[in-house]
Design a protein around this ligand. Sequence first.
Ligand code: RTP
Ligand code: MG
Length: 149
Amino acid sequence: MEQTLALVKPDAFARKDEVVLKVVSAGFTVEKSAELQLTPARAAQFYAEHAGKPFLDDLCNFMCSGRVLAMVLSKEGAIKAWRELMGPTDSVAARSTAPDSMRALFGTDKQKNACHGSDSPEAAAREIAFFFPPSGEIPDLATGAAQAA
Ligand code: RTP
Ligand code: MG
């Protein structure tokens, strides 16, 4: 089953339960979920693909302005299906073209747009590992201490 990384961004965090209800109603399974606050460095790392773009600093400040809900969602064709449920990037445009979408319902404008979704299988794998690292990647402090001794 395909998996994708979904974020409820800080502007919509207070309404995360409504987002999750819509996610489940649309047939997704929430495989993993975590609430956390990004640091500026981590936000810049997450959005590395946008390095050099004029909106990157504003975007990182926004993404660090409060908690986010990170979820691994699964469903047939989850990547495309979640991006369709999110709607277009600009919440203002979304309200006329996709009024039932997450961005129309829970977002404000082209930055404060409520949700993020991976845009390819490669991005999904990278973004899932970013928020939910495999246990093998967590440094083993006990082993490190033994090697140093
Ligand atoms: P996302 O990556 O969050 O799913 O959104 P997206 O693909 O629809 O949009 P993308 O172009 O990848 O931009 C990533 C996020 O940056 C913010 N943004 N601000 N001020 C601006 O012109 C602008 N453009 C984009 C949005 O929060 C967007 O989701
Ligand atoms: Mg994008």
